[in-house]
Design a protein around this ligand. Structure first.
Ligand code: ADP
Ligand code: MG
Length: 696
């Protein structure tokens, strides 16, 4: 049964075929429901007019009635601007345009009355409004417009005269046509009462046609809850289904683990590491297939945890694989694990894109006959030729570079019983995001760094202090340490960035003539990259000049200094990853963030955050605040979170209640028979998704 919300948008009054097509392609609006869930992202208060004398600096926007006194062009060429003096007889403001000057000039008449709307800014003793909305005074323009919703739109839509006003009108049409019955309640009454939420149809009405900010607030709260509730309900259901249906191999023997602990463990594990190993061991014994996310800040020691868990699988006769996102990382993991594996007499192999054809054959053979217990590699592991005797435990490092589909291909390497999965990520994910993204995975956290690590000291320096910074590096190098110097590389300005990197390399060679220097960047052949990398790892070179290719994973404990050039151009997560390359040994480590003097507000906040804290979780929260969830580690592109109104950075509290409620509901009634409004909504949503999914 499909409700009115599933009706095609083409049937709506005011839409027609060509608009329907545009709404589909530009905004993904197929149905009435899609339209009503295309929420305004802000509102303009057009309910009152202000006097110019009342304007204050902190006002978001003002609406004025008055006259244009004179219009003039100031400046030349690209710096030219159009300035109009505007008065309402309580004072004067300047209206300023930097773009579309010709067009505005033609439409602007002196000594004529206008309604003006925009954000005031103080300029010396006067106020100005740049690029205001301006309309001739007429009976309709002076009428109170109340609260005007502003919708996300595209340039193409604007060109076709589809603006916020029109979208608002279309929403109005849909709401009127559907009426209360067309938007049935989808939350149980007990939840609406408990959290004092307004009914669904009312919320949908008020979000598009509020009369006050209090309306907006109530509508938003209700709709956010609804969105998060269903997100959580889906994830928790999936998790329950998985539990129910996926038998896992039972790994309950600890022979190898005991030997390793007693004879070869190179250091005392942290309590956090021990705790996580216990959690995983519990899963491996349980008879259910494990799907677990292991979060731990850079340097928290995830690798050894994964190795110890592998030993559990191997003790019971299974094989393991570890998949890393880059060749450098795979090699490093391989070298690290081989040391341990050989002591225990376990077969271990490396397989990457550049593994030679003639060595592939024996590797494949050893995997099929079971003599290779651990295989480390890149996505080359996913290829069909890679078959196992009995794959029992998979580790994926740096999750965000692999998609869900790739995880599934690993499962299928053991069709009799899916292997257990451990997904490791060093990008700390804020709790709220983890809950909405990985609500179907169990989560373990290593929240403690190995003992004896000194927190990295981070400072911000302007370019003008370069000589001083170089002197500092010189001093550190003369203590026998190594240093990274990192340059940004952004796709859009790639050519220029490479030039900067090369110029930088030259000036560093001049500044440190007595030091051996490596350079590594993405345009080098993998073999050359690895060769240079290896020289730095071996201590043959003392300075590593690089782009962000060194971002993930590389482990050189003797490197104690990280200099990041143009730090303002890096994202927070990236800065934190880069900084994580140092602070791995016993020496005091430093991270120096170099920037120009001109910093945007956001860059400033990023740099300040880095200087202030080493805590990856805190950093990821600030990152979420600054960038919004859509951007976090490519989640938007992979379609992992699709939230239209809830904001993971600010709605943690609502998410918590929504999750608790979803658990409560499923506990009470696993088949949802007791909650017909939920069951009904889920079935209408899924038929809708199917229907429109096929068409799209
Ligand atoms: P990450 O979690 O970033 O992958 P690694 O597994 O690379 O961290 O570990 C970072 C470094 O810390 C490695 O050199 C590793 O040998 C070392 N290490 C791991 N656990 C401990 C521990 N409990 N005590 C001391 N050093 C440790
Ligand atoms: Mg790692």
């Amino acid at each position: 049964m499909s409700s009115g919300l599933n009706k095609s948008i083409a049937q709506l009054k005011g839409v027609g075929l060509s608009r329907a097509e545009l709404l589909k392609t530009e905004l993904g609006i197929f149905t009435y429901g899609d339209l009503l869930r295309h929420f305004p992202f802000r509102y303009e208060d057009r309910s009152q007019f202000h006097r110019i004398s009342e304007i204050r600096e902190d006002m978001e926007a003002v609406q004025l009635k008055g006259k244009v006194l004179n219009v003039q062009k100031i400046g030349e060429g690209r710096k030219q601007r159009l300035v109009a003096e505007f008065t309402d007889f309580t004072g004067k403001v300047e209206l300023v345009w930097f773009q579309g000057i010709k067009w505005v000039e033609k439409k602007l008449f002196t000594q004529t009355d206008y309604v003006v709307y925009g954000k005031p800014a103080r300029f010396g003793s006067k106020f100005n409004i740049s690029h205001p909305e301006i309309e001739l005074i007429s009976p309709s323009s002076v009428q109170s417009k109340g609260f005007m919703p502003i919708y996300p739109l595209t340039e193409k839509l604007r060109k076709k005269y589809i603006d916020s006003k029109l979208i608002g009108q279309l929403c109005q049409n849909a709401l009127l046509e559907l009426g209360e019955r067309g938007m049935p309640e989808n939350l149980p009454a007990f939840l609406c009462e408990k959290f004092k939420m307004i009914p669904r149809h009312q919320a949908l009405y008020l979000i598009h046609h509020p009369k006050s900010f209090s309306h907006v607030k109530h509508a938003r709260r209700r709709l956010k809850f609804e969105e998060l509730f269903y997100n959580q309900l889906n994830l928790i259901q999936q998790k329950l289904v998985k539990r129910e249906h996926s038998d896992g191999q039972v790994f309950d023997r600890t022979d190898l683990l005991t030997t390793f602990y007693e004879e070869h463990l190179p250091f005392e594990l942290t309590n956090a590491q021990k705790k996580v190993i216990k959690e995983i061991f519990f899963d491996l014994k349980s008879g259910k297939q494990m799907n677990r996310l292991l979060q731990g800040d850079v340097g928290s020691g995830k690798t050894i945890v994964s190795f110890i868990c592998m030993l559990l699988a191997i003790s019971s006769g299974a094989q393991c694989c570890l998949m890393a996102p880059t060749e450098i990382l795979a090699i490093q993991h391989f070298n690290g694990l081989r040391k341990y594996a050989e002591k225990l007499g376990l077969g271990i192999e490396l397989l990457t894109g550049s593994t030679k054809k003639k060595s592939r054959g024996p590797i494949h053979e050893n995997l099929r006959n079971g003599s290779c217990k651990i295989i480390v590699g890149t996505h080359a592991l996913l290829e069909d030729e890679v078959q196992f005797e009995n794959l029992g435990f998979c580790v994926i490092d740096e999750q965000h570079r692999f998609g869900v589909a790739q995880r599934a291909r690993l499962w299928k390497k053991n069709p009799r019983k899916y292997p257990h999965m451990l997904v490791m990520t060093a990008t700390p994910i804020p709790r709220t995001l983890a809950m909405t993204l990985y609500g179907d995975l169990d989560v373990s956290v290593i929240d403690e760094l190995p003992k004896g690590r000194k927190p990295i000291k981070t400072v911000h320096r302007y370019d003008s202090r370069r000589l001083e910074v170089f002197q500092f590096i010189r001093d550190e190098l003369s203590k026998g340490r190594q240093a990274y110097i990192v340059y940004p590389l952004i796709e859009e300005s790639e050519a220029l960035d490479y030039k900067n990197l090369m110029d930088g390399f030259e000036s560093i060679s001049r500044a440190f003539p007595e030091r051996a220097i490596s350079i590594v960047h993405g345009k080098m052949k993998p073999q050359d990259k690895d060769f240079e990398m290896q020289r730095f790892v071996n201590g043959e070179t003392e300075i590593m000049v690089a782009t962000t290719v060194i971002e993930v994973g590389v482990d050189v404990p003797n490197a104690s200094l990280m200099l990041i050039e143009n730090a303002e151009r890096f994202g927070l997560a990236q800065l934190h990853q880069l900084r994580g390359r140092v602070g791995r040994g016993a020496a005091q480590s430093y991270c120096i963030l170099m920037t120009g003097v001109k910093l945007s507000r956001e860059s400033k906040k990023r740099i300040e955050t880095m200087v202030e804290t080493n805590d990856g979780f805190r950093i990821s929260e600030v990152d979420l605040e600054l960038r919004g969830p859509g951007d976090m580690s490519g989640t938007q592109q992979s379609g992992l979170v699709d939230l239209k109104i809830a904001n993971l950075a600010t709605d943690g509290e609502i998410l918590k209640y929504a999750r608790e409620s979803a658990i409560e509901v499923l506990d009470e009634s696993p088949d949802l028979k007791k909650y017909p409004e939920i069951a009904h909504y889920l079935s209408s949503e899924s038929s809708n998704a199917l229907h429109w999914g096929q068409i799209a």
